[in-house]
Ligand binder design. Structure first.
Ligand code: NAI
Ligand code: MG
Length: 369
């Protein structure tokens, strides 16, 4: 089996605790299934700052560039609140995204049957939900120039951000949306605001043109992003893949995520362009949650978001579809069995900690071999 090079960056707070459970799963897969994961380790965030005064070292960046995929825990915490801006823990994550050119952010919103009751929405609205928000991550209003605050000299200031999208940026995210849809329910809904934004007009045009270039087997619809937000809450199951820009994606993915439950459940993936020779994409997988300083060190963290991020890693970086399916089914199984960490605890369920939850998922995974 070809070696699969993984870089683990556990980070701070509950990051290392959750990552520990993934390590057990990887060790099992290597021993029992010959998965051939080759693990390298690095420091990021506050952990890296404490070790060498930077949020990620050049040496660890090299490792990230050389790896097939990066598994990232979480960074940050009150300990580093007074660290200068450039060395802040979050800067390590931003540098990774930038240097690996991760232009696409994938946020699945899956409603596990056992948790359908704990959504803020009605059970029938979310039960069985399985959608994917694909957010453009390196363009748009967060990066466009000019970006500044100007002093107008009359007691007024002007804050300026600029939404900029070029054809190639829209093309590559649209193509990825169609390719992802083919592995799912084969439907893409593109969201922009073409009624009021020029970049939205271009977005709509380029997505439509890309669709005609070999993706016509995928169903494509368009929706204005504000209406999309409304529909996401009204009847989310109408969607399969939603593709949208950086700003709308930031908001819509948070909304979609919360349809289904706790931060402790939510994985994500960030992907770059395929390498011209190997065809492999640079990739980073991480839970949506942060370092949860309030529960760090107590053994209470829910490791499912981190484990589900590893399942995404197998699916998107290593084409280990059967294993990814089995791991996701193992998560659903332990939830069906009533195991709950504190963040998803409800009446009549069995409360467990990080290690028990991780071990139970691994046992369920083994049992499905
Ligand atoms: P957070 O996601 O760390 O925590 C928010 C709340 O959710 C807390 O009450 C926490 O206990 C709970 N929670 C989060 N993940 C959980 C899990 N796996 N199991 C059980 N409960 C969980 O966000 P917060 O508190 O705003 O930020 C804490 C630190 O994390 C800050 O320094 C922030 O900058 C950083 N952060 C880092 C991110 C990253 O590494 N990608 C993302 C978000 C925040
Ligand atoms: Mg956000």
């Amino acid at each position: 089996m070809a070696n699969r090079k993984l870089l683990l960056l556990p980070g701070d707070g509950i990051g290392p605790e959750a990552m520990g459970e993934v390590r057990h799963i990887i060790a099992h897969m290597n021993e029992a299934e010959g998965a051939g994961f080759e693990i390298d380790e690095g420091l990021v965030g506050g952990a890296a700052y404490d070790a060498h005064g930077e949020s990620i070292s050049d040496a660890d960046m090299e490792k990230a560039l050389a790896a097939d995929a990066v598994l990232f825990g979480a960074v940050g915490g009150p300990k580093w609140d007074d660290v200068p801006y450039e060395q802040r823990p979050e800067a390590g994550l931003l540098r990774l995204r930038k240097d690996l050119a991760l232009f696409a952010n994938l946020r699945p919103a899956i409603c596990y049957p056992a948790l359908a009751d704990s959504s803020s929405l009605r059970k029938d609205v979310v039960e069985g939900l399985d959608i994917l928000i694909l957010r453009e991550l390196t363009g748009g209003v967060y990066f466009g120039e000019p970006k500044e605050i100007i002093d107008l000299g009359n007691g007024q200031k002007r804050g300026i951000d600029t939404q900029v999208y070029d054809t190639y940026e829209i093309e590559r995210i649209a193509a990825m949306a169609f390719e992802l849809a083919r592995t799912r329910d084969n439907r893409v809904c593109s969201m922009e605001k073409r009624n009021v934004m020029k970049s939205g007009v271009l977005w709509n045009e380029v997505v439509t043109a890309t669709h005609k270039k070999g993706y016509e087997d995928v169903e494509l619809t368009h929706m204005l992003a504000d209406a999309g937000g409304m529909q996401l809450v009204r009847w989310p199951k109408q969607f399969d893949v939603i593709v949208t820009d950086n700003l709308f994606g930031d908001m819509l993915s948070d909304v979609a995520a919360m349809l289904t439950g706790s931060l402790g459940m939510l994985p994500s993936a960030s992907l770059g362009a395929p390498d011209e020779t190997t065809g492999k994409r640079k990739a980073l997988y991480e839970p949506v949650h942060g370092s949860a300083p309030d529960i760090a060190g107590t053994g209470a963290a829910n490791p499912i978001a981190m484990i589900a991020s590893f399942a995404m890693c197998m699916r998107y970086s290593f084409e280990m579809i059967a294993e990814a399916d089995r791991l996701e089914a193992a998560i659903a199984k332990v939830l069906d069995d009533g195991l709950r960490t504190g963040d998803i605890m409800s009446d009549g369920m069995t409360k467990v900690g990080t290690t028990e939850m991780g071990a139970a998922v691994l046992e369920a995974y083994k049992a499905s071999a």
